[in-house]
Write a protein that binds this ligand. Structure first.
Ligand code: ADP
Ligand code: ZN
Ligand code: ZN
Length: 820
């Protein structure tokens, strides 16, 4: 094997062939990381994809510079999934590689500027240049950003260039990896004092050093007693130090006197306290048990199972049984959840059963922690079950027996940006095929696609129709806001019925959830004289008013602007806030119920690491009476005291211009209703709408998923939408609007010559300018029975032909397969 094809983190659609130096012959394998030089000076770390003897004809190969691992860190089954993803989602292996590994495992190159020791200045230098040179001389080497920071310059490039010409510095690419093992310092009793006599002598010698004496006593206590200490038991240094004020000097003295010794050890960042009594799995109710048996039957037929169970029916208990069985068979399990549903609630529930066997993979984890989860699985250490978000489909499993995709209908399983724009549910199914794993999709509101697979016998359906212990489904009241408005009975955004129920719930010490699927205070401002609306400078969207910071903010790019006092078009001082978001609801409900304590949960309040969990645990513990929130409040939360859920504006969801709007509205309304009345008594849901007869609302009210599905599937068939047709979006982007339009028209023309009427557009997307780039979109709709890889190859050819045109060289074409 003299050549290696290597995956590099660059957006070029190919593998790169390098030569294997003689000394590495026979020792390399696919999945190992190597360092190679790329371009003129750049060093990159990449993954060996395959090894072979075929000398490339077109170019001279460069040798691999070094090998970073003794054994592969990416398994063959992972590489297979990567390959499938690159092909299916039309991205490069390099892009998959970037998404798949935590950054700590992807060494990145950085430019280092080295001081030349032999340099002697011949002429005097400008002051700033001399300062930078002295800085480099002292440090030996540094980076551009460090030098900028040191010098206070915006850019030091011109100075570095001069220094290079003078031979004062040498520039080199170096690799840096961010992951380092974490170390802690441990203390134990020194060998010299590990017998009673010498220990007593030691105590005597400390009679005039009371602090040291105190610390030594504390140390012995911490080990659990003298005899434990004699065996060499270790104590964490910082823990001992925390037990007495100002103890560090005393500790160091004891070390100097050879009474204590310290050692540094690598520790696990995710080390959790041992759980002594793991909880046994709960006994299932007869209905749950028969659902479990049917699920196992589906697995025996090698079919994925769709578990359609109403909220609180015990789906999670069934998952726990299945995981338990998989572990007992020596297999691994993956439990996938959308980011937002991965709360302490579910983590604690699984931890109680699986203790140290449970690994968690989460975007709120630091990269170092993610590397440790990755390595734990790779080296087959403690983890048997992974509870994780979409990126956990990239982990190095070796014996994956079970995959659970909970809340399978959730859109957040799909990655929007950057590539790979993958759907974790679909990748998980492919992952499952590779391992021949059993796959379970669970939800109270199945996606149309998954239910269609049931109808076509691709999945087996298992149903749970009642809540655990006969808890009742909530009573759903639909309130006609148009009528209430006409009778002038609305109090700001609340109908009299909703206010009455809130006040009743509050006086019964029950909790209330108010759902408004829009954040901010008001979605836009408008001039009452001329209709002018403040828009983002960089995007074609109106700015949302955020009251607490009194700013207008773009929800697409984050641009913010002061609030204008007068209209920028007609100068009249008649700017008004229109519409309403969570902040406004929070403020208004606070004015109506001044004694109620209110929490708000949306993107703005949950950005910090702990924000989300604090709100949830605060609400759980009854610190708040009312929780106002966006769709975040609809996800898999389990609250005991919520008796009322109010949906403030159902029309907003239903009127969204998208063929999935009804599906999403049904799911959101049904999910948020599921939060009402979970444990003790029947809850109430109030839906405010101007269209109470709307067919989707009728189905939510009667909790009739099957009828809802039937209506939807007929519509999808009639209008050639998924699951009957597959969709690909091509988005064309460029800073110049004409260039965008011309390239889009050209590409659409090429595509039409191949696909005919399956091509729609180009059309400006709903938001047609984002971050100063003008957008056009082409939609390709093709029959389900067509071969996806054939179709995609034809599309690729058309894209390449477009980009080959000199005028459109810098046009970006973004490929979104199965867009949501
Ligand atoms: P789902 O996942 O369908 O929403 P859960 O599994 O969360 O439902 O069940 C709802 C509540 O009922 C949870 O608090 C759960 O612990 C409890 N529960 C469900 N099934 C059982 C059972 N067989 N034994 C004891 N408690 C159960
Ligand atoms: Zn913007
Ligand atoms: Zn105006």
């Amino acid at each position: 094997m003299r050549y290696a094809d290597i995956v590099l983190p660059v957006p070029l659609p190919k593998l790169f062939t390098y030569e294997v130096p003689n000394e590495y012959h026979g020792t390399l394998a696919a999945g190992q990381r190597v360092v190679v030089s790329f371009g003129k000076k750049k060093l990159l770390s990449g993954i060996i994809f395959s090894l072979h003897n075929n000398k490339p004809e077109a170019y001279e190969t460069k040798p691999i510079i070094s090998i970073l691992d003794d054994k592969p860190i990416v398994t063959l089954s992972q590489l297979k999934v990567w390959e499938w993803m690159a092909d299916y989602y039309q991205c490069t292996l390099g892009e998959v590689y970037k998404a798949a590994l935590p950054s700590g495992l992807k060494l990145e190159s950085e430019t280092r500027i080295f001081y030349n020791d032999e340099f002697e200045a011949e002429t005097e230098m400008p002051e700033k240049t001399q300062q930078i040179l002295d800085f480099l001389a002292a440090k030996k080497y540094s980076t551009i950003s460090e030098i900028n920071q040191f010098s206070g310059l915006k850019s030091c490039h011109h100075i570095i260039k001069q220094l290079i010409e003078l031979d004062a510095v040498v520039v080199n690419e170096q690799l840096k990896g961010s992951w380092r093992p974490k170390t802690e310092v441990f203390l134990s009793l020194h060998n010299n004092v590990r017998n009673e006599n010498s220990l007593r002598d030691a105590f005597d010698s400390l009679s005039r050093a009371p602090k040291q004496l105190e610390v030594l006593m504390l140390f012995l206590q911490s080990t659990g007693g003298v005899s434990e200490a004699m065996t060499g038991k270790e104590v964490l240094k910082k823990e001992l130090a925390s037990k007495a004020v100002n103890s560090s000097t005393a500790i160091n003295e004891l070390i100097k006197k050879e009474m204590l010794v310290q050692v540094k050890r690598n520790v696990d960042r995710l080390l959790t306290s041992k759980i002594e009594n793991v909880q046994k799995v709960k006994t299932l109710s007869p209905e749950q048990d028969s659902a479990l048996q049917e699920t196992l039957k589906g697995f025996d037929e090698n079919l994925p199972v769709l578990l359609h169970g109403v909220t609180s029916s015990g789906k999670t208990e069934i998952y726990i049984h299945l995981i338990d069985q998989a572990i007992k068979k020596g297999q691994q399990a993956l439990y996938l959840l959308p980011e937002i549903a991965l709360t302490t609630q579910i983590t604690n529930r699984l931890k109680a059963h699986f203790g140290e066997k449970l690994g968690i993979y989460h975007s709120k984890f630091s990269d170092d922690q993610r590397v440790e989860v990755y390595n734990n699985l790779l080296n087959n250490k403690s983890y048997r079950v992974i509870l994780g978000v979409r990126s956990s489909v990239f982990l190095p499993f070796s014996n994956l027996g079970l995959i659970i995709i909970d809340e399978e209908h959730e859109n957040s399983f799909k990655q929007f940006d950057p590539a790979p724009r993958y759907h974790a549910r679909d990748v998980a199914l492919v992952l499952g095929q590779g391992f021949k794993s059993s796959v379970l999709l669970g939800t109270a509101t199945p996606s149309i696609e998954s239910y269609y697979n049931v109808q076509n016998n691709k999945y087996r359906l298992v149903e749970l129709t009642t809540r655990f212990e006969g808890m009742m489904m909530p009573e759903i009241i639909v309130v006609n806001t148009r009528e209430a408005q006409r009778k002038k009975m609305m109090q700001s955004h609340f109908s009299p019925q909703l206010l009455e129920h809130i006040s009743e719930a509050l006086s019964n010490k029950q909790q209330v959830i108010l759902f408004q699927n829009r954040r901010g205070f008001a979605p836009f401002m408008e001039c009452m004289s001329c209709g002018w609306i403040p828009k983002c400078k960089h995007c074609d969207v109106s700015l949302t008013y955020h009251k607490h910071i009194h700013q207008l903010i773009c929800h697409y790019c984050g641009y913010s602007s002061n609030v204008h006092a007068t209209c920028q078009a007609c100068e009249s001082p008649t700017l008004n806030l229109k519409g309403f978001g969570t902040q406004k609801i929070e403020e208004e409900i606070g004015q109506i119920f001044p004694d109620a304590s209110i929490a708000r949960m949306d993107y703005d309040t949950t950005r910090s690491r702990k924000g989300y969990e604090n709100i949830i645990s605060g609400f759980e513990q009854g610190e708040y009476n009312i929780l106002v929130g966006t769709q975040m409040v609809t996800k898999g939360l389990d609250f005991d005291r919520v008796s009322l859920v109010g949906i403030l504006n159902a029309d907003q969801m239903l009127n969204h211009p998208d063929f999935r709007a009804f599906e999403k509205s049904f799911q959101m309304m049904a999910q948020v209703s599921g939060r009402a009345g979970r444990k003790h008594k029947r809850g109430t849901v109030i839906i405010q709408t101007s269209d109470p007869e709307h067919p989707v609302i009728a189905k939510v009210r009667s909790n009739n998923y099957a009828a809802f599905y039937q209506e939807q599937i007929e519509e999808r068939e009639q209008f050639n939408y998924p699951p009957f047709y597959r969709i690909i979006h091509l988005t064309i982007k460029h800073k110049n609007q004409n260039v965008t339009n011309q390239a889009a028209n050209y590409l659409a023309g090429l595509l039409r010559s191949v696909f005919g009427s399956r091509i729609l557009g180009p059309q400006v997307p709903p938001v047609n300018r984002i971050q100063d780039h003008h957008l056009q979109r082409i939609m390709i709709k093709y029959e389900r029975k067509a071969s996806p890889s054939q179709v995609k190859k034809l599309i690729r050819d058309c894209i390449n032909q477009t980009l080959a045109n000199e005028r459109w060289k810098y046009v970006q074409i973004v490929n979104d397969v199965d867009p949501l």
